[in-house]
Write a protein that binds this ligand. Structure first.
Ligand code: GLY
Length: 304
């Protein structure tokens, strides 16, 4: 819809919950799952009239709400061949138990129990390949990373979005599991030779927990000194990825954004990776630091 009144008229006859999306870039925050008309009306006002996402709110897309678990399947693409990476689960909501505002992602883990090799193959054949082939038909083949955000429902996988980039924090768990040299893969993508390169992932597990600054996702609290980074990185199989950080005049690392750090650990299995990851997170501190303590909760319930 381009007209807020027409959007409201449509919503008055709709079944709730319903999904309202700003039709453009919104830093991962342009989606509202409205539980009733009042919430939908408020979303239309913020996006289309208040323009909190700028021009991205000129048009909104209203979609049926899908129920299931969401996974991210990223793929290396050379314009023809699609090589999916291991499926990942991001945690989009700010609060534990998947509650509160949507964020860019508060943590991720892989492998994901529901993202079986059969499901990833199905997503490749029914979602990723048709998209890549359709783009090729336009005469401008896409080479790079294609990211599908997929809802796995009782009636199969549905694609909710594509990104022409790596996911964040998905990448922080996928690349540590990649055994093939990334440069070789990217060169093969450029040379349209991905069909000739075996790409393998390790059988290990990886977990990433995002530390955010106070106020995220609405605001961020910058300039807070971060301590414990070296101590966290000394732990076995741990890597600390910087996102919203900077250094001050004294050379100290400080917060400079909403999502500040992505702390990743790998392990023989999900439990080992998760334990290591939270051990590393507990060594890092800054005023107002926040992180979810339930990253991988779907896998935990499967692991028992
Ligand atoms: N984590 C979601 C994204 O990268 O779009």
């Amino acid at each position: 819809f381009r007209d807020p009144q027409k959007a409201r008229d449509y919503l008055k006859g709709s079944v709730f919950p319903i999904v309202i999306k700003a039709d453009g870039e919104a830093a991962g925050k342009g989606v509202v799952v409205a539980q009733d008309y009042a919430e939908a009306d408020a979303a239309i006002h913020r996006m289309m009239e208040k323009r909190v996402f700028g021009a991205s709110g000129e048009t909104v897309v209203i979609e049926e709400c899908l129920f299931g678990q969401e996974i991210s399947v990223m793929a290396f693409v050379d314009g023809e061949t699609v090589v999916p990476m291991v499926g990942v689960q991001d945690h989009k909501r700010i609060g534990e138990g998947d509650t509160g505002s949507n964020t860019g992602g508060m943590g991720a883990y892989a492998p994901v129990p529901i993202a079986t090799p059969e499901l990833v193959e199905d997503i490749k054949v029914r979602i990723l390949q048709p998209a890549v082939h359709a783009v090729r038909e336009t005469g401008i083949p896409y080479r790079g990373i294609l990211y599908a955000g997929v809802m796995v429902t009782a009636s199969g996988p549905y694609c909710m979005e594509f990104n022409a980039r790596f996911g964040d924090p998905e990448t922080q768990v996928v690349l540590p599991l990649l055994e093939t040299d990334l440069a070789d893969i990217l060169n093969a993508a450029v040379d349209v030779e991905l069909d000739r390169l075996p790409v393998t992932f390790s059988e290990r597990a990886a977990v990433c927990v995002v530390l955010s600054s106070a106020g995220y996702p609405e605001t961020s609290d910058n300039g807070r000194v971060i301590t414990g980074l070296e101590s966290a990185e000394k732990l076995d199989a741990v890597a600390v990825f910087h996102a919203g950080t900077a250094s001050d005049d004294a050379g100290r690392i400080i917060t400079a954004g909403g999502r500040v750090l992505g702390v990743t650990a790998t392990g023989e299995d999900f439990r080992e990776a998760r334990e290591r990851c939270y051990a590393a997170v507990s060594r890092i501190s800054f005023q107002g630091a926040y992180y979810r303590r339930d990253i991988g909760h779907h896998a935990l319930s499967v692991a028992g």
